[in-house]
Design a protein around this ligand. Structure first.
Ligand SMILES: C[S@@+](CC[C@H](N)C(=O)[O-])C[C@H]1O[C@@H](n2cnc3c(N)ncnc32)[C@H](O)[C@@H]1O
Length: 238
């Protein structure tokens, strides 16, 4: 199994190396559609954390798996999380180097895989996966990651998953993340979710008119992402 996991990690690294060349500034922070999505993400995240009873972030031990350059954890620090209690792991060395350069210095940013998380059992309260599962095409590896998440989460811990709802017409290297797939993978966990964000191809096309974006995103089936909240119960499979 270890060789297969190595191969899956290499596949993801190759896909991202290629994609980084193609993306240009489509997802740059100054784009109006990216700003709107980031705001909607904050709203959905705040709602999920509040529903989970985790309003006081200062005491929470949080792992961002597939953390990229660390923007999610920096957002939580802005909301009161203690950098010393935060871990950000990613397969890509370049992204971890960038995350460390931006900081804060006390966050544990490391090159590490979600298939073999270098943390002790039950050592985190919340795990976040931001558009990570959609990068993993073979569901066998979802199960592998789910087992690792189940191992490191404390009893009663929460998993937040932000990801795409629909197949991408232009990117064969991603797959949608649906409630049914998550239920299959995290059997026995409770699941709640909300949709958000106008589907990205349309949002990019009309980024010159934020008012139109806000109008269209009020139509539920035009929303391209979901924020999922899964809670691990004390007696479940994973
Ligand atoms: C689409 S990016 C999202 C990055 C970040 N979560 C965000 O929302 O900006 C997905 C990230 O997951 C990472 N990733 C994919 N599979 C992984 C794995 N098995 N272990 C750790 N990181 C992984 C990729 O390297 C990439 O940085």
């Amino acid at each position: 199994m270890n060789e297969q996991v190595d191969a899956e990690e290499r596949r993801v690294l190759d896909v991202y190396a290629e994609r980084t060349k193609q993306d240009g500034d489509a997802y740059a922070w100054w784009q109006a559609d990216v700003q709107i999505q980031w705001f909607r993400h904050a709203q959905a995240l705040a709602r999920a954390l509040q529903a989970a009873g985790r309003q006081d972030l200062s005491s929470q031990r949080i792992l961002d798996l597939g953390c990229g350059r660390g923007a999610f954890l920096r957002r939580l620090v802005g909301w009161g999380a203690n950098p010393r209690q935060l871990h950000g792991f990613d397969l890509q060395e370049g992204r971890i180097t960038a995350a460390r350069a931006i900081g804060p210095a006390d966050i544990d940013f490391r090159v590490a895989s979600g298939f073999r998380i270098p943390l002790d059992p039950g050592s985190v309260d919340v795990v976040y996966l931001g558009t990570v599962l959609s990068s993993i095409l073979d569901l066998t590896y979802w199960d592998k990651m789910a087992t690792e998440i189940g191992r490191v989460l404390a009893p009663g811990g929460d998993l937040l998953v932000f990801d795409m709802r629909y197949r991408s017409p232009r990117n064969p290297n991603v797959r949608p993340v649906t409630p049914a797939l998550l239920r299959g993978c995290f059997s026995g966990w409770t699941l709640r979710y909300q949709s958000l964000n106008l589907v990205p191809p349309l949002a990019r096309k009309i980024r010159w008119c934020p008012t139109l974006t806000l109008l269209l995103e009020s139509v539920p089936f035009l929303r391209g992402h979901c924020m999922y909240h899964l809670r691990r119960s004390e007696s479940c499979d994973v």
